[in-house]
Design a protein around this ligand. Structure first.
Ligand SMILES: *[C@@H]1O[C@H](CO)[C@@H](O)[C@H](O)[C@H]1NC(C)=O
Ligand SMILES: *[C@@H]1O[C@H](CO)[C@@H](O)[C@H](O)[C@H]1NC(C)=O
Ligand SMILES: *[C@@H]1O[C@H](CO)[C@@H](O)[C@H](O)[C@H]1NC(C)=O
Ligand SMILES: *[C@@H]1O[C@H](CO)[C@@H](O)[C@H](O)[C@H]1NC(C)=O
Length: 314
C-alpha cells in the first residue's frame, strides 16, 4: 500500500517530464484500435476489466509516466530497439545483435502479451502489462524507435517551424501535432469542441478521421489479416517495417540536409503519409491483437466479477 502511494505521488511529479512517441500518437493508436474492435466483442470486456474502467487512450500513456521513476528505470529499454545499422545506406534489425539483454520493444511486446493472457497472474499485474502493450504497439511503429544512430535522433539538433528541437521529437510529437492542427483548422476532423489542448479529444478525432479515410483500403485490410501467431516474430516484423523508413525517408538525404533546412515545410509534407500509415497500422494491429487475446479468455472474462477485481487490486 505504502509503495502504491509513493508511485501515485511520483506520478504527479514526473508527469511533466514525459517525452516519447508523443502522447498524441499513443492515444491515437489506441483510439483507432477501439474503432476497429467490433461492438460487443470480448476485447471490450478485456479492456474494461483489466483497465478497471480507465480510458484506454490514457492507460496507454502509463509506461511513459513511470519510466523516469528510479524503481521503474528497468522498463526504459522496452520503448525501442536500437538497430546498429547504417542509415541512410543500410537499414535493418538483427534481433540477436540489437535487442539488449534488458529487453527491447520487440521482446517487451511478446512478454506483455503473454502476461495479459495469463490467468495465473493477479489482475492488477495483467492490467499493467496491458498498459505496456497498448503503449508499445505505438512505439514499435515509430521509425526512430527502431534506430541507434544519435540515440534515435535525440542528439540531432534541427529546426522545425522556426524553433529548435531534436529530430526524435519531430517524429514523436511535432509532426503528429501539426497534422492534427492543420486538419483541425481545415475542419477535416469531426470534432465539435475542437481544442488541441485537450489531447484525448484530438486523438479520438484524428482516429476517426484515419479510420474513415482508410476504410476498405488495402492497408487496413492487409494489416487485419497479417501476423497473429507469434508475438516475438510479429513485433520483429513490425519493427523492421518501421526501421525501413529510417533509410527510405527519415535520413534519406543525409544528416547535413536535415540540419540545413527547416523540417516544418517539405520534410513535414513528405512525412505525413508515413506517420498516418504507421499510426493506422499500429491501431489496426493492436485491435486484432486484443481481439485474439480476448477471444481465448472469453470464459474467464465472463466470470470475473468487478468486486473480486477491486479486492485483488488493493
Ligand atoms: C546477427 O547478429 C549476430 C550477433 O551479432 C551475428 O552472429 C549474426 O551473424 C547476425 N545475423 C545476420 C543475418 O547478420
Ligand atoms: C516481463 O514483464 C515483467 C513485468 O513488467 C518483468 O518483471 C519481466 O522482467 C519481463 N520479462 C522480460 C523477459 O522482459
Ligand atoms: C550507437 O549509438 C551510440 C549513441 O549515439 C553511439 O555512441 C554508438 O557508437 C552507436 N553504435 C553504433 C554501432 O553505431
Ligand atoms: C476533453 O474533452 C472531453 C469532451 O469535451 C471531456 O469529456 C474531457 O473531460 C476533456 N478532458 C480534459 C482532460 O479536459
Amino acid at each position: 500500500m505504502q509503495s502504491l502511494l509513493n508511485v501515485l505521488l511520483l506520478f504527479t511529479t514526473y508527469l511533466n517530464l514525459v517525452a516519447a512517441w508523443g502522447s498524441l500518437g499513443h492515444r491515437t493508436t489506441t483510439a483507432l484500435a477501439l474503432l476497429y474492435i467490433p461492438q460487443d466483442h470480448p476485447a471490450e470486456l478485456l479492456l474494461q476489466t483489466l483497465l478497471h474502467g480507465q480510458d484506454p487512450t490514457t492507460a496507454a500513456l502509463f509506461p511513459d509516466r513511470i519510466r523516469y521513476i528510479p524503481s521503474f528505470a528497468y522498463t526504459a529499454p522496452w520503448h525501442y530497439i536500437d538497430a546498429l545499422d547504417n542509415p541512410p545506406h543500410q537499414c535493418g534489425i538483427n534481433i540477436t545483435r540489437d535487442c539488449l539483454p534488458e529487453g527491447c520493444v520487440v521482446s517487451a511486446i511478446a512478454n506483455h502479451t503473454d502476461r495479459v493472457a495469463s490467468p495465473s497472474l493477479p489482475l492488477w499485474q495483467r492490467g499493467q502489462s496491458l498498459r505496456f502493450m497498448l503503449h508499445f504497439f505505438g512505439d514499435v511503429h515509430q521509425p526512430l524507435h527502431t534506430e541507434n544512430l544519435s540515440r534515435g535522433g535525440n542528439d540531432i539538433d534541427i529546426t522545425f517551424d522556426g524553433a529548435k528541437h531534436n529530430l526524435h521529437s519531430v517524429w514523436d510529437t511535432l509532426i503528429p501535432k501539426k497534422i492534427v492542427e492543420i486538419a483541425g483548422e481545415k475542419k477535416l476532423l469531426n470534432s465539435n469542441q475542437w481544442d488541441l489542448k485537450n489531447e484525448t479529444e484530438a486523438a479520438y478525432a484524428w482516429a476517426e478521421f484515419l479510420y474513415a479515410r482508410y476504410r476498405g483500403s488495402t492497408i487496413a485490410e492487409e494489416v487485419y489479416s497479417v501476423c497473429t501467431h507469434d508475438a516475438a516474430e510479429c513485433s520483429l516484423r513490425w519493427a523492421s517495417e518501421a526501421n525501413k523508413w529510417v533509410c527510405k525517408y527519415v535520413f534519406e538525404g543525409g544528416l547535413e540536409e536535415l540540419q540545413n533546412k527547416d523540417l516544418g515545410g517539405e520534410y513535414f509534407e513528405g512525412a505525413v503519409p508515413i506517420i498516418e500509415e504507421m499510426v493506422l497500422k499500429g491501431g489496426r494491429r493492436l485491435a486484432r491483437w486484443l481481439m485474439m487475446i480476448a477471444w481465448d479468455l472469453k470464459h474467464e472474462l465472463a466470470e470475473t466479477k468487478t468486486d473480486e477485481m477491486i479486492v485483488q487490486e488493493l
